[in-house]
Design a protein around this ligand. Structure first.
Ligand code: ZN
Length: 224
């Protein structure tokens, strides 16, 4: 059993690493966005509540997000472990998560925090181009479209969203750092936090994460 929380700023490659680790350890990747969308699509009472709020342009409050995560943790596939991505975002949510796990006689094994220098993130994020039609994203250097400035799938001219301009990117990152510092302060004293350097190829970064979790690996996946 491996219970993981995955933290990382936008642009750190968190999605890629979360996916690789979930595959490697055969645990479900519980990404809050996906969990919310699934609850909405299934039309569960919580999903309906979340949808009504989102449709009204409101933030989904902690108690609804917590309850939706709690439901996801109760699914059979999460019994062998999980990788939470995008949750918790606040100390209040982290406390709620601890309570949900304690109720099931479980606890977090690791909190993996991907660390990438701000300038690298600004460089990665601020060049991003988006297709306004299907939302696909490109980067002139790392992931260029086949024809410059045009979406591969529908040839729509690509745009730079205001969010992806350098000043906006810096602001978003500073906000993220402030929030995350509170979370890492919460987890650090418990010895579960593993801060991993996130610069390098996806293979390099994955290798660093796996060595940081080695204790658990050698212990094997079974025996809670
Ligand atoms: Zn497109």
């Amino acid at each position: 059993m491996l219970n993981l929380v995955f933290l990382g700023p936008p642009g750190a490659g968190k999605g890629t690493q979360a996916h690789r680790l979930a595959q490697r350890f055969a645990i479900p990747q519980l990404s809050t966005g996906d969990i919310l969308r699934r609850a909405v699509a299934e039309g569960s009472p919580l999903g309906k509540q979340a949808k009504a709020l989102m449709d009204a342009g409101k933030l989904v409050p902690d108690e609804v997000v917590n309850a939706i995560v709690d439901e996801a943790l109760a699914r059979p596939e999460a019994r062998r472990g999980f990788l939470l991505d995008g949750y918790p975002r606040t100390v209040a949510q982290a406390t709620a998560l601890d309570e949900m796990l304690a109720r099931r006689g479980r606890k977090l094994d690791y909190v993996v925090s991907l660390d990438v220098p701000v300038e690298v993130l600004v460089d990665r994020l601020s060049g991003r181009l988006t297709c306004p039609k299907d939302g696909s994203t490109y980067h002139p250097r790392t992931n260029p479209p086949k024809r410059p400035g045009l979406c591969d799938s529908d040839s729509t001219p690509l745009v730079q969203r205001p969010d992806d301009r350098p000043e906006a990117v810096r602001r978003r990152l500073a906000e993220y750092q402030n929030k995350t510092a509170l979370l890492t302060d919460y987890y650090k004293p418990r010895g579960v936090l593993r801060t991993i350097e996130g610069v390098g190829t996806p293979e390099d970064v994955e290798g660093r994460i796996v060595s940081a979790l080695r204790d658990n690996l050698t212990a094997g996946p079974a025996n809670p």
